[in-house]
Design a protein around this ligand. Structure first.
Ligand SMILES: Cc1cc2nc3c(=O)[nH]c(=O)nc-3n(C[C@H](O)[C@H](O)[C@H](O)COP(=O)(O)OP(=O)(O)OC[C@H]3O[C@@H](n4cnc5c(N)ncnc54)[C@H](O)[C@@H]3O)c2cc1C
Length: 283
């Protein structure tokens, strides 16, 4: 049986990054919601664990001078679900966070851990794609920023390199409008079979993304362009077809690939119609 790896509780970001650079096979630990389960199942055997949860720089949500929002990587799902500053078009994020698993997982899991884990059924990836997020990464050597639509590269794979971690998610200034996350799952709190994230600004700008239908969230500038200029039934159907063409779903215990493909245009149309109805009710 594998022995327990050494656990380092880093008080500063610099120390955590130095440890990850110095110990081959060391992994960052956030809430442990997924990593500890994978270790218990024998799927991963880290040489050491470097906990990120006590690093003040990685905690909490801040609004910048230009109105943008920075969410620290170690911010818990429940904090995101309850933050009133994530409003208007950015409301897609708390709406998605509130639908993740149950209360225990939402109190443990972090946004940085979730996107680094990159399970295709997760709720944050499509929500962040619709919100126009940019991910900030750091290693002992450098920092860089990557648009969320380029962050996920394959099944459980991201652009993160060894020793590099997610330190924050940056959102543009929320616009007046609506953000909505529609999740279809077997039961409340299960991973998504298909999910659709929408941000619809009052000025007409719209961004859409689909989860659960391939290794990375489905999103395209062309689909965004269509729903930004025309919200008729035929335009929504066209955007739905474009996103379905990008899908690469699998058959699994939750649903077949064909069923997932069938849901994409239907759920997209429903999500955008719900957004339009919500816009009318707040106007
Ligand atoms: C029972 C259960 C049900 C769930 N249901 C859902 C659901 O319905 N929807 C949903 O979206 N999610 C769901 N999740 C996943 C949940 O959202 C977790 O928060 C998420 O997987 C990450 O957990 P964590 O933040 O604790 O990261 P950890 O478990 O600590 O880490 C996960 C992975 O990311 C790495 N990592 C952690 N932090 C960072 C970082 N800052 N930078 C780089 N790498 C990092 C770790 O090394 C590890 O490989 C569920 C999890 C469980 C256990």
């Amino acid at each position: 049986m594998a022995s327990n790896p050494a656990l380092f509780q880093s008080p500063t970001l610099t120390e955590a990054l130095d440890l990850l650079a110095a110990i081959p096979g060391a992994r960052p630990l956030s809430g442990g919601a997924s990593l500890v389960a994978m270790m218990n199942a024998g799927l991963v055997e880290p040489a050491a664990l470097v906990s990120l949860t006590r690093i003040p720089e990685l905690r909490g949500i801040r609004v910048t001078a230009d109105g943008g929002v920075i969410i620290g990587a170690a911010t818990r799902h429940n904090e995101i679900a309850a933050d009133p500053r994530l409003c208007g078009t950015a409301a897609v994020l708390p709406h998605a966070a509130a639908q993740i698993a149950g209360m225990a997982v939402r109190n443990m899991g972090t946004i940085g851990g979730a996107i680094a884990h990159a399970d295709p059924g997760l709720d944050f990836p499509p929500a962040l794609a619709a919100a126009g997020a940019v991910v900030e990464l750091a290693s002992a050597a450098a920092r860089r920023r990557v648009p969320i639509r380029e962050f996920f590269v394959d099944w459980y794979a991201t652009v993160l390199t060894p020793g590099e971690i997610v330190i924050a998610v940056h959102l543009p200034k929320p616009k007046p409008g609506v953000g909505l996350y529609l999740k279809h799952a077997r039961v409340s709190g299960d991973f998504a079979i298909v999910s659709v994230a929408v941000s619809l600004a009052r000025d007409g700008e719209a961004h859409v993304a689909v989860g659960g239908c391939g290794p990375v969230p489905l999103a395209s500038a062309e689909a965004d362009g269509i729903v930004s200029s025309d919200l008729s039934a035929s335009a929504l159907a066209h955007a739905g077809d474009l996103l379905t063409a990008l899908a690469n779903p699998v058959d699994d215990v939750r649903a077949t690939a064909d069923y997932r493909r069938l849901l994409i245009p239907r759920m997209l149309a429903r999500a955008l119609n719900d957004c339009m109805a919500a816009s009318r009710s707040v106007a």
